[in-house]
Design a protein around this ligand. Sequence first.
Ligand code: AMP
Length: 461
Amino acid sequence: MPRKAIKKDKEKNAKAKPKKHNRKYARLRGMKDVLPDEYKYWELTSKKATDLARVYGFERIETPILERLDLYERSTGRDTDIVTKEMYSFTDRGGDKVALRPEATPGLVRAFVEHGMFNLPQPVRSFWMGPVFRHEKPQSGRWRQHTQIDFEIFGEESPVADSQLVLIAYNFFSELQIDVQVQINSIGCSECRQEYITSLEEFYRERGKRSKLCNDCRKRFGRNTLRLLDCKEEGCLSVRDEAPQIVDFLCDSCREHFISVLEYLDEFDIPYNLNPFLVRGLDYYNRTVFEIWPSSEEEGAEDGEDALLSKRQNALGGGGRYDGLVELMGGRPAPACGFAMGIERVVSKIREKNIPLKEDTGDYIFLAQLGDQARRKIFLLFEDLRRRGYNIRQAFTKDSLKAQLEAANRLGAKYSLILGQKELMDGTILMRDMESGTQEVIDYQKITDELDKRLRNGESK
Ligand code: AMP
């Protein structure tokens, strides 16, 4: 072909429209590909969660994506949106009715019961990460397959467990530099809740109220009246504002439990918002329920009804206590609580803010204590040092100093800080160099100066 003709041919090809993309094999609606550019943020997020799990003593566990359908019907609840509207369920080739996991807790509880984990030293702290499927209407931040990070504590009734979960969630977000609001409520036990529901039903029966409710809420009324508080429709929200509040109906032991949770949060310096209408909409919750919402600045909106609605719909995490579920699933009764966060929403917040993360130096500091008073104080020191970016480890469930120092050695800690009765009285702490075994008494107020001198050449984080 003459040169001129080749050139013309090339120009013609360059101008030709690109071949139409073959959409036949496009991904399903509401499903997401995570490409390398985004995946690095996923790694940061899962690493932060994994680090926190390790620090607070949670062990990783994995369960199948596919479970029996009746697991979710029984635990999540037959009348919940997740089960009635959103679950991917089908009959498999063997005729079994199965479902793709719509939430983590039922599978984790099943595993706890099936493997007799109540025989392990309690509490059992489980950490899980994996895909979750819900056939919801796709929109910004709402996917039909999304990935959750989940922390559960089995066998611990104390409000310490509830507050520690809120603390972990709060630390997770603040360490990723995402400003959040903790929304918290107590929905009591089955007895005090029943009294509340009766009063709520009386309230909704008053003239003119039910006509303002959405179709779903009219159906829920009488069957699952608590869920009316959780509805995001405008009409339902407007009626709800005047509704009685469950905190006024809590029995003594539920009230005490809730107050203790809040006191621990105060002690940990975690801001929270008491939200009387937070109910979480699943059947198994009792007592503490909480959600993590993006803060106003994060949403770039005022605290009006619309902003509140968008925050609730885009919650970054949520959870609560479910003391009856293990027994309901056939296990020996075991109180439990947990929470989950969605990676996609966290990653989109990190990307919006372009947040860089700090490197892990790998120098562990182990905190050891002797006696109840020292344990309480060291709990706060633990939080303080961790928030300042030190790599902290502990074995608070062990009482003897020997066992604690053995744990420190196993973890390869560089220093152990030891607080006993004498140090408590003197306002000091012992700093032990784990390699040489030498110990120094240092002023309690100067702990971070001393650590910075040794680990950061005098620079504080
Ligand atoms: P939930 O069990 O509904 O409270 O979900 C726990 C967390 O998972 C939420 O706070 C969100 O961060 C995340 N999440 C729930 N549903 C979706 C969804 N459809 N798409 C993306 N993330 C979700």
